[in-house]
Ligand binder design. Structure first.
Ligand code: BGC
Length: 492
């Protein structure tokens, strides 16, 4: 069999290191994106964002730019108790959150993680929502909250066409979910129906929130210049405050609205062909949603490990790793977890971690192999950080130009396992943003549980605005008189 130690090069394991490095580098070259390339990617995204915002062009836009009906960030007067559901990240969670006005703080009173078994992730929508309703019931009991009918913020981290804050139609599943009968349906309805099927408790108003929006809002309570939310976790996405006059699909010209960009879909029309590697194409083909969320598949935690595995496999086939001998594990899709990348790139313990992981994967490695594996991880995660930077730069540049500013100072609320856990992802991201958006001064704020607290915050802001608009409706008559007077004044 071709896998034997005699395959080691005649000059010994280290003898041909230089030529090995060159050959490995050749395979990694397609992952290295120059600054010019990133600028180009950013320019393409800018065009796609404009298309997504357009009244007619949005139908064929791969970057969907979804209106969220969140028109205001927190102003610090929000308060009350809320329930929150968080579906679509690493875990499904139920939370009880209290917003304290006096201290401008959001407290997580308690929370519970509920596992979602694979068969539910890929089963019927009815089963999924029954499961969610059951988890919520269990939580309400454990918190002795069943009697109170609290408002609920539902962080549902999938692309949804939102009609109102409490009407949200799933466009498509992403990130390993694929429940039947949910795409094209109103998620709030499905949740309410499941709760009614049980009939043993009820909830009051529901606000639907994408995790990016929750992240922006949870940071917004602390830092009111936070007007961008970004997730780099299982999936990737960002939202930001756009001028209403540019949101052609929603009536009204004044003020701003938070737009959920769904940048994960960037490239779905083929515009990133020149950036994709053979490994990206393979990841896409074997995913449960081939052909969609192209950008996400180059960046997010659900896919990074698999890209690395495919590269390691290729290098093994080319006899540049493990003496040309792949293990069963290395041949198995999904066996190289994304968290391995973070562990292998750890500045101090990285090489030791690499050895442990390669052993765990049943590979016959030497020191050079461990170093090459580390190089592969670094290359794949750097590309992810730099692509994210290009996309984020597009947003901050847009906000700056929208506002006619020479210089913009802004804050991005960020969350996600890749951003949080990887040793230098955030540094690389920031460095590249600085180069790609030189006129913007961008501060990154790690969100403290944006999907939980942020969802409560959105619900609280929605309530505050509903209350305020009710007050305005009450005083309708007087307003009109005042307006008339103003008009007269203007005429004089
Ligand atoms: C979803 C987004 C979400 C992102 C991060 C993507 O797959 O389409 O809605 O914000 O993942 O969780």
């Amino acid at each position: 069999h071709h896998c034997s130690s005699s395959q080691t090069s005649p000059s010994g394991p280290f003898g041909s290191e230089l030529s090995l490095t060159l050959q490995v580098q050749k395979h990694l070259e397609p992952f290295r994106l120059s600054l010019e390339k990133l600028q180009d990617v950013s320019a393409r995204l800018r065009k796609d964002m404009i298309r997504g915002l357009g009244k007619h062009s949005h139908h064929r836009a791969s970057v969907k730019m979804l209106p969220t009906f969140v028109r205001a960030t927190p102003d610090g007067t929000e308060k009350g108790d809320f329930l929150a559901l968080d579906l679509g990240g690493t875990n499904f969670r139920v939370l009880h959150v209290r917003v304290l006005e006096e201290e401008q703080r959001v407290l997580k009173m308690d929370s519970q993680i509920c596992a979602i078994p694979q068969d539910i992730m890929l089963g019927t929508g009815e089963k999924l929502f029954d499961h969610i309703a059951a988890c919520l019931a269990e939580f309400l009991d454990s918190q002795k909250l069943r009697g109170q009918t609290l408002p609920l913020g539902f962080t549902f981290s999938f692309p949804c066409e939102q009609k109102e804050i409490d009407k949200s139609i799933l466009i498509r599943w992403t990130k390993g979910f694929n429940c039947s009968g949910v795409e094209g349906e109103d998620v709030v309805n499905l949740l309410k129906e499941a709760i009614h099927r049980r009939g043993d408790y009820d909830i009051s108003s529901v606000a639907m929130v994408n995790d990016t929006v929750g992240t922006m809002m949870s940071c917004g309570y602390r830092d009111q210049s936070c007007e961008i939310g970004m997730i780099i976790g299982t999936g990737t996405n960002a939202c930001y405050m756009e001028e209403m006059k540019n949101v052609k699909r929603v009536e009204g010209e004044d003020g701003r609205m938070c737009i959920n960009t769904e940048w994960g879909g960037f490239g779905d029309d083929g515009c990133l062909k020149d950036v994709l590697t053979e490994f990206d194409e393979e990841v896409d083909k074997t995913s449960i949603n081939p052909g969609v969320h192209t950008f996400e598949k180059m960046i997010s935690g659900m896919y990074l490990g698999e890209i690395v595995r495919l590269v390691l496999l290729k290098l093994t086939e080319e006899k540049l790793l493990f003496r040309g001998c792949p293990s069963e594990a290395l041949l198995t899709p999904g066996s190289f977890e994304t968290r391995f990348i973070s562990e292998i790139e750890e500045p101090d313990s990285g090489l030791e971690n690499a050895k442990k992981i390669l052993t765990k994967l049943d590979l016959d490695w030497d020191l050079v192999d461990a170093c090459v594996a580390r190089l592969v991880c670094d290359t794949v995660s750097s590309r992810s950080a730099r692509l994210c930077a290009a996309a984020l730069a597009t947003i901050v540049n847009r906000i700056r130009i929208n506002r006619g500013l020479d210089h913009l100072k802004t804050t991005v609320g960020v969350d996600g396992t890749v951003y949080r856990k990887h040793p230098n992802f955030s540094d690389e991201l920031q460095a590249a943003v600085r180069l790609l958006a030189p006129k913007c001064d961008v501060t990154f704020l790690i969100s403290e549980d944006g999907s939980g607290k942020g969802a409560a915050m959105v619900t609280a802001v929605a309530q505050r605005l509903a209350l305020q608009s009710r007050l305005l409706e009450d005083s309708d008559g007087e307003d009109e008189e005042e307006e008339e007077e103003e008009k007269c004044d203007a005429n004089i």
